[in-house]
Design a binder for this molecule. Structure first.
Ligand SMILES: Nc1ncnc2c1ncn2[C@@H]1O[C@H](COP(=O)(O)OP(=O)(O)OP(=O)(O)O)[C@@H](O)[C@H]1O
Length: 325
């Protein structure tokens, strides 16, 4: 649905050049929620704004639904942008317009008649759960409600793609969850492809199917979230399951990382090691998390006992991902 090929963006800052994107290639498949995770300054905003050409790449190609965006201008670009919705961290609502009037705005631009416009706005208000708030002004709404208006407005043109620019960064954790649930629901019900940028691992964990990690303008890791999290060496997994640093193992003990997913997460694995191999398991760090609809876990452990080698062999044979340090 969205293909970036070798996209570079260089800004001129006075006499200096800032390389914001340095050869980014990505494929966002139709119907998926794709997250771009990165720290401040990594190039996330630049990347997402290249999709609808709010930023023009210095070189490279951006194709959305079969259309090369970098070659469009004027009317053709305006039409293509109508099929790409966008939501923002600070909502970007018109403060002098009510909820209805904000949502109606893109429909006015698209030339919808009064009657058709009212019907469409009503449908969108109900879709995003804002029934009863039609005549409120943005100042009378909570952050979560404002973002719901933003989402309704972004969906007015019935886009195939929704771009989310840190849409939950200004919201508290509970409101964040409800907005992400709404996005997941819209993705499922309408087959909407969503490309979102975020600096929060929690957002990736809650709704993304795929992810790319951006660092200093380059993609350093990409793939399905569930695959990456299952690999202890991945950046994603290390973000989700931070290790404790500076621990000095006891003499003769073995330090290992054990990762598991799905069915494996419900096995009493540490009790099994203690019972069958007489091994003491000291948990140094770790947790079990829900990612999508799967439980995944990772523990950093210290193993002590005569049969540690047999215990590790057992874990390998039971297809746990084990790394001995
Ligand atoms: N209009 C601009 N002119 C010059 N430099 C820019 C411009 N926009 C962004 N940059 C620079 O490009 C780099 C990437 O910025 P960008 O905003 O894309 O990163 P980001 O990952 O979205 O960061 P944040 O999460 O803080 O918004 C930064 O070094 C930034 O200073």
């Amino acid at each position: 649905m969205i293909t970036f090929t070798d996209v570079r963006k260089v800004y001129n800052q006075g006499s200096q050049k800032v390389v914001a994107l340095d050869g980014v290639s990505l494929l966002v498949k139709p119907g998926e929620i794709f997250g771009v995770l990165g720290q401040s300054g990594a190039g996330k905003s630049t990347l997402i704004r290249c999709v609808n050409q709010l930023e023009k790449p210095t070189s490279g190609s951006v194709i959305v639904d079969g259309q090369e965006m970098t070659k469009l201008s004027g009317n053709k670009l305006r039409q293509a942008r109508q099929r790409i919705g966008m939501i923002f961290q600070h909502f970007n609502l018109l403060s002098c317009r009510t909820v209805v009037e904000n949502i109606a705005f893109p429909l006015e631009v698209m030339g919808y008649s009064g009657l058709k416009r009212r019907a469409k706005v009503e449908e969108l208000i109900s879709l995003v759960g804002l029934t009863g708030k039609a005549d409120a002004y943005p100042a009378q709404l909570s952050g979560g409600q404002k973002q719901r208006v933003g989402i309704a407005r972004a969906l007015a043109g019935e886009p195939k793609v929704l771009l989310s620019d840190e849409a939950t960064s200004a919201l508290d954790p509970q409101t964040t969850r409800s907005i992400l649930d709404l996005l997941r629901d819209l993705n499922k019900r309408m087959g909407l492809t969503i490309l979102l940028i975020t600096h929060e691992m929690a957002v990736v964990k809650q709704i993304c199917d795929s992810v790319a990690v951006l660092n200093a303008g380059k993609i350093v890791e990409k793939g399905y979230v569930s695959d990456l999290i299952a690999k202890p060496e991945s950046f994603l997994s290390q973000e989700l399951f931070p290790h404790c640093n500076g621990y000095k193992p006891k003499p003769g003990a073995v330090i290992a990382t054990i990762a598991f997913a799905g069915e494996q997460a419900s096995q009493p694995i540490f009790a099994t090691l203690a019972r069958n191999f007489d091994v003491d398991v000291n948990i140094l760090s770790g947790s079990v998390e829900t990612v999508g609809d799967r439980r995944v876990g990772q523990f950093h452990i210290e193993l002590e006992g005569q049969k540690v080698t047999q215990a590790l062999k057992y874990l390998h044979e039971a297809e746990f991902e084990v790394q001995v340090h």
